[in-house]
Write a protein that binds this ligand. Structure first.
Ligand SMILES: Cc1cc2nc3c(=O)[nH]c(=O)nc-3n(C[C@H](O)[C@H](O)[C@H](O)COP(=O)(O)OP(=O)(O)OC[C@H]3O[C@@H](n4cnc5c(N)ncnc54)[C@H](O)[C@@H]3O)c2cc1C
Ligand code: SF4
Ligand code: SF4
Length: 641
């Protein structure tokens, strides 16, 4: 029988899979995935942040997840598909974006790349809060309270922190991820976790000087079947905490039909059980398992006996050596419910083949609620069995209430205990580094003004630089070339239009050169570029001289780059040379003239038109010329064409 590979690598996506999931995301404006996430994580935003895939993008994306969910890594691995994925609109096309796996992988990658961007720690506000229980609810609350400046002491009865997450089997939850999420949560402020510290009464903590106490103790009491000899069976949680201790071999029965029973079955199989059979009151279709969980059971050869009630446990030599079972039924068409289940007469069976039994029919809370002011409750201990992300949300909501109470402010209205939009204050939406490099020259942003009316003169450029632009290309100017602008470009030339709204500048090249000299001196940290062209008369000698003279004239001004408008005029009137870059041979010839005659220190950009059937032909022709002049700084641009 095949045993599924349970390596932790299988929990994360490969780069190719991750990019494939990114490509599926529609970046929905209404963010239905976020609406359905109990912790309010926005896949639309964290996928958008990560999609370029650079290290800083992945780290920023991870921080976006953690600002809503300090157990974001854990949740990426264990969130069921009933939340964000159920709402993902992409399932209308084929399948939902695999948001949990994307989330887990982004966080893992961010940590491998040096860590999630740090959250700022707040100034202490002088308040002390005790949290009982270090599970997701306690941690969610502690994270929010610490970020508001409270000193938080978490008391945990076990020797490890993390609550029930510790007992989620390793083939689903990589415990390194849990440890790293815990480290992240504790780093958010003044949080101390006191292990092996059982709290018997929250009131005593108030007496010890805490301003508020949050009880988040989860579900601690296993629900029992009430059968004779049941004490010889292993309770699910005890088994998951230490499966090796029980050495279950032979055929093992797991009583229960939920996710915890499924985990017990898988862990028993992994730890040496020859065969494992789930005995559940539900039919297979009614078992509250995700398709993934059901597949895992089937792939691992777990047998499932639905509509089966265990009615007795048989004891021999101080051990369980068999079960009595009976089939149950519901009225045709009735939804599954415990009250209406009836035993089917004549279906009793004595199953002597079982060597051990695990009881996994649920746990309940053992909390005596106090109505003393200053004591709060959150998580599964008050909401019943839920999920990690819902417990985190419950903890965040409780923190909101505690914060209001500490400030003697009005109690916040919380519509849904297990949905919370609270964000961690210390998240810094770090700006994307915009500093860029233009042929070895540093510029503060890659956003430049293109050659157009806003750059048609010294005053316009100065205003742009004073407003923060990192550079601009002055509007295209030539020497001694009759400019012919087809009449239709100027048809809207009236008081409301900007003079010479398209094409080239009305200024002489000499004037533009003078303005560039001034700009370069006044704004040495900005990228001041020129745009020019030259004649295309058919007389190569004269034309070459024209292009090269314009180039030299501009280079003498200290200009930081020259754009050659091989795309003008944008519309064109159809005559050859009217738009140079519609003709590969002509374009290559002009580029050659410019590179041969121009300085190797002043970068040249050749601006092409998009009005061609295939721009690849033109680009290939230019590339061949550029390869012949490796010492020259040159490139291609499609700016405002
Ligand atoms: C086997 C199993 C598998 C699960 N799998 C998933 C899954 O795949 N996905 C998912 O989303 N959810 C899963 N869950 C559910 C999820 O783990 C819980 O919903 C969640 O952990 C509840 O969080 P909590 O903080 O309310 O309680 P808990 O996580 O139970 O934490 C409570 C903490 O309080 C401590 N405590 C209790 N009493 C005291 C005391 N008197 N003094 C001090 N400390 C005390 C406990 O030791 C514990 O650490 C699973 C649960 C189980 C049992
Ligand atoms: S619903 Fe799906 S497709 Fe839309 S933003 Fe969220 S993850 Fe992307
Ligand atoms: S925390 Fe869970 S439910 Fe929320 S977006 Fe992430 S994977 Fe989905």
């Amino acid at each position: 029988m095949k045993k599924k590979s349970q390596s932790k690598e299988g929990l994360f996506l490969t780069d190719a899979q991750l990019k494939n999931e990114f490509a599926k995301c529609e970046y929905c404006e209404e963010k239905p995935c976020m609406d359905k996430c109990p912790a309010d994580c926005s896949a639309a935003d964290f996928i958008m942040a990560a999609r370029v895939f650079s290290a800083s993008d992945l780290k920023r994306s991870a921080a976006q997840i953690m600002k809503n969910n300090p157990l974001g890594g854990v949740c990426g691995l264990v969130c069921p598909d009933k939340f964000c994925m159920a709402a993902c609109v992409h399932k209308k096309f084929d399948a939902a974006v695999n948001i949990p796996a994307v989330q887990a992988t982004i966080i893992k990658k961010a940590r491998e790349l040096g860590g999630i961007a740090a959250f700022t720690r707040p100034r202490p506000n002088g308040k002390k809060v005790a949290v009982v229980g270090s599970g997701p609810a306690g941690l969610g609350a502690a994270a929010v309270l610490a970020q508001k400046g409270c000193k938080v002491d978490i008391f945990e009865k076990e020797k490890i922190a993390g609550g029930t997450c510790n007992w989620i089997p390793g083939f689903r939850l990589d415990k390194e991820m849990l440890a790293q999420d815990l480290e992240f949560a504790v780093s958010l402020g003044a949080i101390d976790i006191h292990l092996r510290s059982v709290v018997r009464s929250p009131e005593t903590l108030l007496k010890k000087g805490y301003d508020a106490v949050l009880v988040a103790v989860g579900l601690t009491e296993p629900i029992r079947l009430g059968l004779k000899n049941e004490e010889l069976a292993v309770p699910a949680m005890a088994y998951l905490k230490n499966p090796k201790k029980y050495k279950l071999t032979g055929r093992v029965a797991v009583i229960g039909g939920g996710a915890v029973a499924a985990d017990c079955a898988m862990v028993a199989r992994e730890n040496g059980a020859a065969a494992v059979e789930l005995l559940a009151l539900e039919s297979i279709g009614e078992m509250p398992l995700t398709p993934k969980e059901m597949n895992e059971l089937l792939e691992n050869g777990i047998e499932i006996s639905g509509r089966t009630r265990v009615s007795a446990m048989v004891k021999r030599n101080g051990r369980i050596r068999g079960l009595a079972t009976v089939k149950v039924a519901l009225a045709a068409g009735a939804a599954f419910n415990l009250q209406d289940i009836k035993e089917v007469p004549g279906t009793q069976q004595a199953r002597k083949d079982f060597m051990a039994v695990i009881v996994a029919i649920g746990s309940r809370a053992k909390v005596a609620r106090s109505d003393r002011p200053g004591i709060f409750y959150a998580g599964d201990c008050v909401n019943g069995p839920s999920t990690v992300v819902e417990a985190v949300a419950a903890g965040k909501n409780a923190a909101l209430e505690i914060d209001a109470w500490l400030r003697r402010a009005a109690k916040p209205a919380i519509a849904n205990r297990v949905k919370s939009s609270v964000e961690l204050h210390g998240y810094v939406a770090r700006p994307v580094p915009l500093e860029s490099d233009f042929f070895g020259r540093k510029i503060s942003t890659p956003f430049l003004l293109s050659a157009a009316p806003p750059t048609d003169g010294f005053e316009q450029m100065k205003m742009a630089y004073e407003a923060g632009w990192s550079g601009g290309i002055m509007k295209t100017a030539f020497d001694n070339i009759p400019i012919h602008i087809p009449g239709e470009y100027m048809h809207a030339f009236n008081d409301l239009t900007y003079g010479n709204c398209d094409n080239v500048s009305g200024h002489s090249l000499d004037r533009v050169c003078g303005e560039i000299e001034k700009l370069v001196k006044l704004f040495p940290d900005r990228l001041t570029m020129a745009s020019t062209g030259g004649p295309v008369s058919g007389n190569d000698e004269r034309d070459r001289a024209g292009w090269q003279n314009n180039t030299r004239k501009l280079e003498n001004t200290g200009v930081m780059g020259i754009e050659y408008s091989l795309s003008c005029p944008q519309g064109g009137d159809g005559s050859e040379g009217d738009i140079v870059s519609q003709n590969a041979a002509l374009t290559a010839k002009i580029v050659e003239w410019i590179l041969v005659g121009g300085s190797p220190y002043v970068p040249k950009l050749f601006k092409l038109t998009g009005a061609v059937t295939s721009i690849a032909v033109i680009v290939n022709a230019i590339s061949k010329v550029l390869l012949r002049h490796p010492e020259k700084k040159a490139g291609i641009t499609l700016a405002n064409t």
